[in-house]
Design a protein around this ligand. Sequence first.
Ligand SMILES: Nc1nc2c(c(=O)[nH]1)N[C@H]1C(S)=C(S)[C@@H](COP(=O)(O)O)O[C@H]1N2
Ligand SMILES: [Mo]
Length: 396
Amino acid sequence: MQLQLEYSVEKPLNREPPMRELVESFITTADTAYDRNHGPLPHIDATTFRLHIDGNVARSAQLSIESLRKDYQQHTVIAALQCAGNRRHTMRTKVKEVDGIDWNDGAVCNCTWRGPLLADVLVRLGLTIKTDVGHVHFNCSQTDVQDDSYYGSSIPLERCLDKTKKIILALDMNDEPLNVNHGFPIRVVMPGIAGARWTKWLDRILVKKCESNNFYMQRDYKILPPCVTSKAQALEYWPKIPAIQGLPINSVVAYPEPGTAHVAGENGELEVCGYALPQADDGPVVKVEVSSDKGATWDEAEIVYPAKEELATPEGQEMYKWGWVIWKYKMPKPQVSKITRDTKIWSRAKDLGGNMQDGTVPWNFRGVAYNAYGETENLKVMGVERMPNGIGGLKL
Ligand SMILES: Nc1nc2c(c(=O)[nH]1)N[C@H]1C(S)=C(S)[C@@H](COP(=O)(O)O)O[C@H]1N2
Ligand SMILES: [Mo]
């Protein structure tokens, strides 16, 4: 039977949710989570599907989904999945035009992922290669993609064998089998690594000496130096620049959204809310600050998810290491009253590893890994004020 496909190589599904919806909960539902594809979505029959594992392994294997569920211990991890192009829109509009999909701040989600540890599967098959020379490739050859005949990524073997890095052959997302959009029946989940490496509809794992030669490893998802300003110039640089693995610390202001009118609370406070992400393995985020005077003063925001008490313990810090935090800041009335159309509200995050978000970051041609301060601007605040007779009324 022919594989059923949705969307196409010419028009793949790429979408991000509205920001308010995204920051509504700590765990992003599969429906809210953004979609990023370089080709069509394959509808795979999980009962006949096999995951092929070969290359430098003592015994190659073809594993069924049933075996991956039953024959291996299942592990769960909370991890943010983020496209390296998240926030590209800000780089192209605030700094300089870039080449790539015009993502706003929503190409990220935070979910639980469950399945066997890649390390357990590889150890059972036995390796015939030293960990310090190997790379593990993650391929999906179900469909053509825009710039190659298959989708592929790779990361160093050493990381794959380190059980503390929790690389999972995920079968479940948020306690349910993955849906088609997010890789059913299996995708690799690599906490602390950019989304581009989390191959969906994973059908082949290869243990090799070298990195994957796939287009998306070698000629995309790299931070080119600022001197590269065209595709032609990039050609010379692709082989010289490392493939993106971890992403930098980040935070954004989800609302109030730019250019809209907003009602401050009963007591004249304005609720500001966003998410913050740690750098690579340096999480969780431990502090978020907000400024409305272009960085002259910063006030600490409240991290509302996960709970403060949890983040304060070593167990909590381990559990939320690769997750995002949702933060809120109630801007007091005197500060709100100073907001004009020229005001910018900024956010900046700090993680457990001590990384701190900066105000400006170097431009790069593909607009990847953008992480300057979160920002909202062009606000019009409508305040609810107590009328002398005690009845609340809208005052512009
Ligand atoms: N097979 C396959 N896997 C893939 C991709 C793809 O196009 N094909 N896109 C990658 C990129 S660039 C990102 S950011 C994430 C997006 O995952 P999501 O669609 O589940 O949000 O999947 C990655 N895995
Ligand atoms: Mo991506």
